[in-house]
Design a protein around this ligand. Structure first.
Ligand code: SF4
Length: 332
């Protein structure tokens, strides 16, 4: 669960409730300094709510958010300071850019909100340049509709960079872009990590994206992290049946027979007893030794170490040792 290096951003036993729905249900997750972590799972698994809680945008029902050496201080001043250092990058088509604002205004907005002193124009130009929009002055007076999809996403990233954050939380940062532009934006995130030592939490449903960018992967199901570890371990030798099912339909990584998940979509207000994945678990449906299936029905599996920083929450893999690797991936 831990990143190893110093902690940049962490959830410690985090719970978020919406009425009866346990959207985030006791999550431990660490983004280490300079690390790229992919938080993956189907829509509705709670990953966006977890990201919003990590950004201080949702008040948790329990647990804490840590930034750097200490817990997030939920005073007005504490939250404002935190939000300067931990920046959200949304995908542009969700409306993160105001169509009536120029590129300059969009990027300068954060400086004005946070009353950052110094030469605004130089900071805006630096941020655009770092985001790959060069020469930056050529973009100052353009409007979003005058830019390509990739350029708009770079403006969104520049708007985060202008505050010199130490963590970016990128929610589906490339899902709406063409394949060639996706590669460029992912290369940009990797370059920014290298140049600025940024830590990045990428929230995505796309395991191929996780394979291409992440140092570590955390797989979320129905409000919990069910598997986490170094990207190569989780994606090439998954231990949790849910991760295996997700991977089996990702051709560039999986190379497995597709495993179709059956059963109802997750409902966080009706979490099953025992293992929350049991109603859809292919391993359980195929038949398990009685002592294991009884555990699946009655006990929520703990997230246990599986060696080399790999952790999984499953009574079965807990006993069976490492699975066979699924084969090397295609080149990215
Ligand atoms: Fe499936 Fe049991 Fe593992 Fe849950 S604990 S994922 S039901 S095998």
């Amino acid at each position: 669960v831990d990143g190893g290096a110093g902690v940049a951003l962490a959830a410690r036993g985090l719970h978020v409730r919406f009425g009866a729905a346990r959207a985030v249900d006791g999550v431990e997750l660490v983004v280490g300094a300079g690390e790229i972590v992919a938080l993956v799972g189907e829509s509705g698994c709670g990953k966006t709510t977890l990201a919003r809680a990590l950004l201080g945008l949702v008040r948790p029902a329990g647990g804490t958010v840590e930034h750097g050496p200490g817990p997030l201080v939920r005073t007005r001043a504490g939250l404002k300071e935190f939000r300067r250092h931990v920046q959200l990058v949304l995908q542009d088509p969700t409306g993160s850019l105001n169509p009536r604002h120029t590129v300059y205004e969009a990027v300068a907005e954060g400086l004005r909100v946070h009353r950052v002193e110094g030469d605004e124009e130089t900071r805006v130009a630096d941020a655009l340049s770092r985001a790959g929009l060069r020469p930056p002055e050529r973009f100052f007076l353009r409007y979003p509709h005058e830019l390509s999809g990739g350029q708009r996403q770079r403006v969104v990233i520049a708007g985060a960079l202008v505050l010199e954050p130490d963590v970016l939380v990128a929610d589906e940062p490339v899902s709406s872009l063409d394949a060639s532009v996706r590669g460029e934006i992912l290369a940009l995130l990797l370059r920014l990590r290298g140049e600025l030592g940024l830590s990045v939490l990428v929230v995505t449903h796309d395991l191929g994206l996780a394979w291409n960018i992440a140092d570590r992967v955390a797989v979320m199901y129905l409000g919990r992290i069910v598997e986490t570890g170094p990207a190569a371990d989780v994606l090439l030798a998954p231990r949790h049946p849910y991760t295996r099912a997700l991977l089996s339909v990702v051709p560039e990584i999986g190379r497995m027979r597709p495993i179709l998940l059956t059963g109802e979509a997750p409902d966080p207000s009706r979490i099953p007893a025992g293992c929350r994945f049991r109603p859809r678990c292919p391993a359980y449906a195929d038949g398990l030794p009685a002592e294991v299936s009884t555990l699946c029905e009655t006990r929520s599996p703990a997230v246990l170490p599986a060696g080399g920083g790999h952790h999984a929450a499953c009574h079965l893999t807990d006993r069976t040792g490492p699975p066979e690797p699924t084969g090397p991936p295609e080149p990215a």
